[in-house]
Design a protein around this ligand. Sequence first.
Ligand code: A2P
Length: 268
Amino acid sequence: MDIAAEPIVAAPPGFFAEEVFWVHHWTDSLFSFKCRRDPGLRFTSGQFAMIGLMVGGKPLVRAYSMVSPAWEHHLEFLSIKVQDGPLTSRLQHIQVGERVLIGRKTVGTLVLDNVRPGRNLWLLATGTGLAPFMSLIRDPDVFDRFDRVIVAHTVREVKELAYRDYITGELREHELLGEMVSEKLIYLPSVTREPFPVQGRITTRLESGDAERQAGVEPLDPEHDRVMICGSEAMNSDCKALLEARGFIEGTNHVPGSYVVEKAFVTK
Ligand code: A2P
């Protein structure tokens, strides 16, 4: 942990070296940053890439979902800060003007083509699992394919509801997306460890039917609805169990299904 990250001058093979131009600290354990995007970096909204720094003369990278949509000219990421985490203990100190490594290969299962067309698209996230869904809810294709898009974000404390003001405010005024978002996007934040108007885990709220009632939509139905899940391993497996008990079938990059799941990459 004592070795500091080195300034990145040239990109090592397999990476772009991109300049950071915006950093925002949400809490003492959560931050976002934006960097430039090489036009050669191609991805689909919802995918992830390997991101990191140079440490000890080598790339030190972890998987990060893009928060920015595929059409955006820059890249945006959401990260936790772990004080003794090899990467995030260093990455949390990134400053405007410094560079980060962006892997050239982009992959992931939380993409539109992996779910069949349907009525309502549910995006279930805990913590930094919101990242790929921030990308998707800024992609017009998502609104073209679904009647309603419901983002359910569960966190422990209110201050961890990253992007809450953006989703409820600026995004609805967005030149390109504002109209679609206002018509189709439903945001369901919930908090589990302090008072908040909506409390409880998304799993509990789906089991009771409270989530659907609050969203004002039909109860989850594998015939019509599609779900994407991104959280901790425990959250992912509980959501999978809940959906499979109701007849949902997991989609892959080869065969689309009624739901898809990916781990929120807990980077250290
Ligand atoms: P809770 O406070 O009840 O544990 P974590 O930081 O542990 O990943 O948790 C982030 C959020 O995800 C918390 O609000 C937490 O609720 C919730 N959570 C944790 N495990 C699960 C699970 N298995 N299913 C649904 N939500 C979960």
